[in-house]
Design a protein around this ligand. Structure first.
Ligand SMILES: *Cc1c(COP(=O)(O)O)cnc(C)c1O
Length: 516
């Protein structure tokens, strides 16, 4: 073998300290500029998928490029085609706004490239995650002796909880036999409410390969919460029919109306039949930190597991979900695995909790840092103020709707989600005069409300989406930005009305009558 020539130097892509500093300061300046315009930025870019695709049409870069050039693209090509979730008038899906200190936390976490899958790769990160999980539990009144971890989101948190449910309630060892035990002829079932049960549980049924038919939809009550009596009789009947109930998933702040299922009653039914009780609080569980809302959450502490999403109502940046499991040993047993390359052969005291044994991921980022830092920066009290501000906005919107005469309300604003629809007076009068017209008018209103949402998105003023409530298309605002004020709500409400009138005029050629 020939000796390597001295001239064949090792390729070193790292920047010199001064270069890094210079670029880093530029990036920070850009981020600071961005934050200073976040209140006024156009919320949704008016551009088609094709237009955006073409901007990024580029051959695979064979040779490296200057970092300055690459970073320039952020401002030139990326920001203009971005939907701004941090805007105070972004009300889509359930998307948090992103805390500033969380942005800095992300930079720090990635600078050391922490992998908090195994303790040895991340001693401080692991212990910060353990501490933060306890803080989160304490914040919502859940036993701090619980286990749990941060996940990519609510869906994976629900998956983690439901696999744990299956592992700990099935009448045989599903860790070894999965769903393929030859002499097991029953079927596993999961329960959630008919109207408000979240679609992520469907994904979980996919991942667990239980099949979507394993999900049993429980009828709900007038206020959209699960009817516990219906749940009880459904479970009794299913057991009598030879099925094997695994888990009841309660909504803790539901996706369309923010309702909280009757947790204490569901807990009692689960206990009666030895069924796992999971509380899906991806959007709403953190509301339990508010004394004025505490009564709605009675029974949350009884849940075997809880999902909550810091990237929703804790304003943490993506990705960050969280699952809490009351009995941490049950969680560990459900995910534990071992391989010689994961652990040394002799135990030493220089080891600790390996998160790969507590959840679906092996390698995992340092998500806990942004939650830990933001919680320290805001304090529990800061969070209580922010959550209360959001609830006040939802209540304010509800008041505007109820006092309007040309909008319909459908529910109390329990938390920060509010659904309603535009209902011009003339349409209301027509239905009152001739109830036979109801279906036809509802179909028209479905279209009108959808067009309002589409138009307001394109206007750039605010981002609003629709959903379906008991068969009707309604406008839905998820107000979980720490930046939203009552003024923003006034603004979006008048914009909705303005667009609504225009849509009706364009559609029917009729002027809308004067509105109070
Ligand atoms: C958002 C949400 C989920 C899914 O969470 P992701 O973070 O989007 O994966 C699950 N359940 C409820 C009630 C939700 O609101």
């Amino acid at each position: 073998m020939k000796n390597r020539k001295n001239s064949e130097q090792q390729f070193d892509p790292d920047l010199k300290p001064d270069e890094f500093r210079k670029l880093g300061y530029q990036v920070i300046d850009q981020i600071a500029d961005y934050y200073s315009t976040i209140r006024d930025v156009r919320v949704f870019p008016k551009s088609t998928s094709k237009e955006v695709e073409e901007i990024f049409y580029e051959d695979l870069p064979e040779e490296g490029q200057q970092p300055e050039k690459i970073l320039e693209q952020w401002k030139k090509d990326i920001l203009p085609y971005t939907t701004h979730l941090g805007s105070p008038r972004y009300f889509g899906y359930v998307n948090g706004s992103g805390s500033m200190i969380g942005t800095l936390a992300e930079a720090l976490a990635s600078s050391v490239n922490m992998n908090s899958g195994g303790w040895k790769a991340s001693p401080a990160a692991t212990e910060i995650e353990r501490r933060t999980i306890k803080w989160v539990a304490e914040l919502i009144g859940y036993p701090v002796t619980c286990g749990g971890l941060f996940t990519s989101g609510g869906t994976m948190a629900n998956f983690t909880a439901l696999l744990t449910a299956l592992r700990n309630t099935a009448p045989y060892d599903t860790t070894e036999d999965g769903l393929q035990k030859a002499d097991f002829h029953s079927k596993f079932t999961i329960y959630m409410s008919e109207h408000e049960g979240h679609i992520s549980i469907t994904r979980v049924a996919d991942l667990l390969n239980l099949g979507r038919n394993s999900i049993r939809r429980v009828p709900d009550r007038e206020d959209f919460s699960m009817d516990p009596e219906a749940l009880r009789s459904m479970i009794r009947k299913d057991i009598a029919d030879g099925l094997t109930p695994v888990c009841v998933v309660a909504q803790v702040g539901s996706i369309n109306v923010g309702v909280i299922d009757p947790l204490e009653e569901i807990a009692a039914i689960c206990k009666e039949h030895d069924i796992w009780f999971h509380a899906d609080g991806a959007c709403g569980a953190v509301g339990a930190m508010l004394p004025e809302k505490k009564h709605l959450y009675k029974g949350l502490e009884l849940a075997d597991s809880v999902t909550l999403d810091p990237h929703k109502w804790l304003y943490i940046q993506y990705e960050c979900g969280c699952v809490l499991v009351k009995n941490s040993e049950k969680l560990r047993r459900s995910f534990s695995l071992n391989a010689s390359y994961l652990r040394g052969t002799l135990p030493t005291e220089y080891s600790g909790l390996d998160y790969y044994e507590h959840g679906p991921q092996m390698s995992r980022g340092f998500r806990a840092l942004k939650v830990w830092m933001t919680l320290k920066a805001y304090g529990a009290n800061g969070y209580r103020k922010l959550l209360t501000q959001n609830i006040r906005c939802a209540e304010h919107l509800d008041l505007l709707v109820r006092n309007s005469g040309d909008f319909d309300s459908f529910h109390q604003p329990n938390l920060f989600i509010y659904s309603f629809r535009y209902m011009p007076k003339r349409y209301r009068a027509a239905v009152q005069e001739n109830p036979g017209l109801k279906d036809e008018i509802n179909r028209k209103l479905d279209q009108i409300n959808q067009m309002i949402a589409d138009e307001i998105q394109l206007s750039g003023t605010a981002f609003v989406m629709t959903t379906r409530l008991r068969g009707l298309t309604v406008l839905r605002l998820s107000i979980c930005s720490h930046r939203t004020t009552l003024k923003d709500i006034d603004l979006v409400f008048s914009k909705i009305r303005e667009i609504g009138r225009k849509v009706v005029l364009d559609k029917t050629g009729d002027e809308i009558d004067q509105v109070v």
